[in-house]
Design a protein around this ligand. Structure first.
Ligand SMILES: NC(=O)c1ccc[n+]([C@@H]2O[C@H](COP(=O)([O-])OP(=O)(O)OC[C@H]3O[C@@H](n4cnc5c(N)ncnc54)[C@H](OP(=O)(O)O)[C@@H]3O)[C@@H](O)[C@H]2O)c1
Length: 268
């Protein structure tokens, strides 16, 4: 029998699909995983025994420290560091090659793909340039589109799934955030569409954090936001990590947007 899965067309891959049985053979790529919510998710998945492809753009030292901590804790390497600017085509293509060529991905496929990388800034509509708008679309929509498409055979091979980290901002107006919220809404719709189109091949879900971890520029605004959150507090990065782990491992959930927001979306 020809075992070169990578060269099989999708239909054949589908027939050959198998669920990876040993947790240590499960590989997840998490974008923007060097700091904050992405790093907490990478740490959680490594604790759960998965091998994490920790993608960063600039947080190389932080990611290396994260990988070292996990290796010390578990007595063996639990991840691999990958560096790419997701708004640069050549970087994206290299990242795809590196993921596909990873020995665990070659042998077991990719069990998880988490689109987490983001850039959050505020600026009025009149002041925000088309260049900034395009850059956010590249980061929040083009990169997830290309990564999901290019890694689909590897995801199918592992019986894997995709999670996009979106935002509770969907469907409402936010001061000075049109460029951010519109690209996140596009990502949400892309994922929901793919959940339908790829059903039976790869599960696709979204996780929508509420006010979890303030950006440096919004500390004051963040405190005001918390007054509107029914639970009256921000969540923890670990709550996001737990939600992503849940979506990656529950084999019956697809096309879902899991709000981890203390009920904030009820009040807006
Ligand atoms: N924090 C919250 O309370 C909150 C609320 C709602 C939604 N979210 C969503 O949850 C996710 C995680 O939130 P966060 O606050 O932890 O995110 P973040 O710190 O704003 O961004 C995560 C990472 O994205 C990477 N990134 C930025 N531009 C990039 C580029 N051009 N190419 C590749 N990577 C790039 C950065 O990597 P480097 O550091 O390596 O440069 C950064 O560490 C995001 O998708 C965010 O939109 C967060």
């Amino acid at each position: 029998m020809n075992c070169d899965f990578a060269r099989q067309p999708y239909t054949r891959l589908h027939e050959l699909k198998r669920v990876v049985r040993h947790v240590e053979d499960r590989v997840v790529l998490i974008t923007g995983a060097g700091q904050r919510l992405g790093a907490a998710t990478a740490a959680r998945m490594m604790d759960e025994g998965w091998h994490v492809l920790v993608h960063v753009r600039s947080s190389v030292e932080e990611a290396q420290a994260l990988l070292d901590r996990a290796a010390n804790k578990h007595g063996q390497s639990r991840g691999t560091l990958l560096v790419a600017d997701l708004t640069v085509d050549a970087d994206l293509e290299r990242l795809v090659r590196e993921v596909k060529d990873h020995p665990l991905v070659t042998s077991h496929g990719l069990a998880g793909l988490v689109h987490n990388a983001s850039f959050y800034s505020q600026g009025s509509f009149e002041e925000t340039s088309l260049q900034t708008y395009r850059s956010l679309n590249r980061l929040h929509m083009d990169a997830p589109y290309l990564l999901t498409q290019a890694l689909l055979p590897a995801l199918e091979l592992a019986g894997g799934s995709v999670v996009a980290v979106v935002d509770t901002s969907w469907g409402r107006a936010w001061e000075g955030l049109a460029h951010y919220t519109s690209s996140k809404a596009g990502l949400r719709q892309l994922m929901l569409n793919l959940a339908g189109e790829l059903a039976g091949r790869v599960r696709v879900n979204c996780l929508a954090p509420g006010a979890i971890m303030a950006a440096d520029w919004e500390v004051e605004h963040f405190a005001k936001v918390l007054e509107k959150v029914p639970l009256g507090r921000s969540g923890q990065a670990e709550d996001i990590a737990a939600g992503i782990h849940f979506l990656l491992t529950n084999g019956t959930i697809t096309g879902n947007v899991l709000h981890v927001d203390g009920g904030w979306s009820l009040n807006e």
